[in-house]
Ligand binder design. Structure first.
Ligand code: SF4
Length: 327
């Protein structure tokens, strides 16, 4: 399949502390530290990890809402990093976002009509075009036409997320970052929104970067899945390979905590408990960043940084136990 978005050795460091009058040492928070992946046309790449793993920052860097510290983000072969706002403008409609909390991201003083047409008006759509497109978009996301005149507070949580989806679709994007789009919703509503996203992909061929801490949700929607820990990708693989044959000790631990519907399998499930909390990205551990918590760590893990190695069939893993080649 053709590559749509390519991320190459992406880093995002945030300066911390004051560089002011006292010239205190400014340190850096390494939110994203050397991330590489690709998303193909019409594909969903899931990105999982605990909070603070850097997955949201990756999403924002891909959209250039955060400017990366270094690395490349290409859309259809064109590197977006370093472009001015004006140079980015033609790409903006094609790269959209759906946020976690639709309420926070929707202007409460705007009607649904205003919210959906805002991006259209920015791109000089006529009144007639706006009216037709709103009708069409409300229908696509499963909202009744009369809801165009309502304000966000008059919508339920699930309806608001549909409104957020309609706005993201207004300019016919090819790529949407979905950042925890279900976390603010009741479980019963989550499945509906997931199905909507699935349908839209089938209808319009849009690709998703689907960011979530919820492994079951990611399994449902993704074609491939990447696992992040402390700003790095630990493992990335086709969905079934990752869930059924995880190679990285961190992925194995994360998956061991998820209940399985099959009672026979569930009875045998052994939870791998990890020691302690994830370390601070201000002061990441040496060598493999996972080594202080890894049940399989050995001496070398303290000093050698594992690179993402090809384990075959599109499965990549950053662990010294699965090292196929030495640099
Ligand atoms: Fe564990 Fe070592 Fe592999 Fe890191 S490199 S995941 S510490 S075994």
């Amino acid at each position: 399949d053709e590559v749509l978005v390519e991320v190459n050795n992406l880093t995002k460091y945030f300066p911390i502390g004051s560089g002011g009058f006292l010239r205190k040492k400014v340190t850096e928070l390494k939110a994203v530290d050397g991330v590489t992946f690709a998303v193909h046309h019409g594909e969903t790449l899931g990105l999982v990890g605990e909070s603070g793993s850097g997955k949201t920052t990756v999403g924002k860097c891909v959209l250039q809402l955060h400017r990366p510290t270094s690395g490349e983000v290409s859309f259809k072969g064109k590197n977006l990093v370093g472009l001015t706002d004006k140079q980015l403008r033609p790409f903006r409609p094609k790269l959209q976002v759906i946020f976690q909390d639709p309420y926070e991201s929707l202007n409460p003083r705007f009607t649904a009509y205003d919210i959906i047409t805002e991006p259209l008006r920015l791109h000089h759509a006529s009144k007639d075009e706006c009216r037709n497109r709103v009708k069409e978009l409300l229908d696509i996301v499963g909202l009744a036409p009369y809801m165009a005149e309502r304000y966000p507070h008059e919508f339920s949580g699930g309806q608001r997320q549909r409104l957020g989806v309609a706005r993201a679709l207004a300019l016919q994007p090819e790529f949407i970052v979905c950042d925890e789009p279900l976390s603010a919703l009741d479980v019963s509503i989550q499945a509906q929104v997931l199905n909507l996203l699935d349908d839209l992909q089938r209808q319009f061929g849009v690709a998703y970067l689907f960011i979530s801490h919820d492994l079951s949700v990611v399994r449902h929607i993704s074609h491939r899945v990447g696992v992040m820990y402390l700003g790095k990708i630990m493992e990335i693989a086709p969905r079934d390979a990752l869930y059924e044959r995880p190679l990285h000790p961190y992925t194995q631990a994360l998956l061991s905590a998820v209940p399985v519907p099959d009672p026979k399998v569930e009875a045998k499930r052994k939870v791998i408990l990890l020691q302690g909390e994830p370390p601070s990205p201000l002061n990441p551990p040496s060598g493999c960043v996972f080594h202080p918590r890894c049940p399989k760590a050995f001496e070398e893990c303290k000093n050698v940084v594992p690179l993402l190695n090809d384990a075959g069939n599109g499965h990549f893993v950053a662990c010294l136990l699965h090292k196929t080649s030495w640099p």
